[in-house]
Write a protein that binds this ligand. Structure first.
Ligand code: ADP
Length: 338
């Protein structure tokens, strides 16, 4: 379905050039869910954008669903894009249009008659599980619902290929799982080929058949997901596999903690920067009639500094007010047990 042949994308820069994608060869089969993983700057976005002609390779060729997207323009490219749809991290919905109108939009552009459009939109609403929300505006939807609209809109033109650009990176873990389940369902039901890019290995493990690992514009390792997990070869792949192991260990610890506390609430706080949580915890203890137990905390380095998670247990009279206070702060708050 997809042939990526010795593709390079070189951008000019002040100090010479950036090799965003550097001699990549990939073959992706029809009906496959193919993942591309790498840290920020690895070249994933540039590569996926070349699959629907949003970027033109400096060298090499890209063929998707029978279209040589690296060569075509104008009407032919618009035709190809009916077959190659895309969903995005921040959904890219039209904010002044309802759910129904957002999904219908590509059909309107394609000149499909109103009656046929409505029929198709109804089918898509059912497929993605948005019944009852047809007339809502994007601002009235949760993140997961917004992405369901994005998926339905992408499927409106009956594409053969769905490109997913960090499609779950703005969603919490439960919603991520639900959206990934939906993608698997669509892949099975419609036989759609799915290509997704991510920096999260658990996403790859949950739904992809094969994976390519990118670093500095190159594919450093690729193969069936099961094999890559069993025998990661490149250093970077080993780090990604370790990421999943740690995530699972944390999940086990949390289940243990939830079982241990029979009363009170358990909350996970996510914050950026070392000690960024301290003023918030101090205010929490001083302002409310509650007890706060810090269960576990961890700072993880990221590309742009550090990201911390802290699990706390809250109990006492003003537990609900304390929860509300946390949710009003500029940190991410996930209530694990109410
Ligand atoms: P990823 O999606 O893995 O984060 P990108 O494909 O966005 O990686 O970027 C790969 C490299 O190409 C980075 O060094 C980035 O700064 C550079 N790059 C991406 N787009 C452009 C552009 N339009 N102009 C110049 N450099 C770019």
């Amino acid at each position: 379905m997809i042939h990526i042949n010795r593709v390079k994308k070189i951008y000019p820069s002040k100090n010479g050039e950036v090799r965003a994608v550097d001699s990549v060869d990939l073959e992706i089969n029809q009906g496959e869910i193919f993942g591309i993983i790498g840290y920020s700057g690895a070249g994933k976005s540039t590569l996926i954008r070349m699959l629907n002609g949003l970027e033109i390779p400096t060298e090499g060729s890209v063929t998707v669903a029978g279209y040589e997207v690296s060569k075509i323009k104008g009407k032919k490219l618009r035709q190809a894009r009916q077959e190659i749809s895309m969903i995005f991290q921040h959904f890219n919905l039209l904010w002044s249009r309802t759910v129904k109108e957002n999904i219908s939009f590509p059909l309107e552009i394609a000149g499909v008659k109103k009656l046929d459009r409505d029929k198709k939109v109804d089918e898509l609403i059912k497929l993605v599980g948005l019944e009852g929300r047809e007339n809502a505006y994007p601002s009235q939807l949760s993140g997961g619902q917004k992405q369901r609209v994005g998926i339905a809109r992408a499927l409106a033109s009956d594409p053969k290929v769905l490109l997913c650009d960090e499609a779950t990176s703005a969603l919490d873990p439960q919603t991520t799982d639900a959206i990934l389940d939906l993608l698997v369902d669509i892949n099975k039901r419609l036989g759609l080929t799915i290509v997704l890019i991510t920096h999260e290995m658990h996403v790859i493990r949950k739904i992809c058949h094969r994976v390519a690992v990118m670093e500095n514009g190159k594919v450093v390792e690729s193969g069936p997901v099961i094999n890559v997990f069993k025998h990661p070869e490149a250093e970077i792949t080993k780090r990604f596999v370790q990421q999943v192991i740690e995530l699972e260990e944390t999940k086990d610890t949390i289940e243990h903690i939830v079982a241990h506390y029979t009363s009170g609430s358990i909350v996970m706080l996510g914050f950026v920067g070392e000690n960024a949580e301290q003023p918030i915890i101090t205010k929490l203890i001083r302002s409310f009639d509650i007890t706060v137990n810090i269960i576990q905390g961890k700072i993880s380095p990221t590309q742009n500094g550090s990201y911390g998670t802290l699990y706390i247990h809250l109990d006492g009279e003003q537990k609900d007010q304390a929860l509300q206070f946390l949710q009003s702060q500029e940190i991410s708050v996930e209530v694990i047990k109410k």
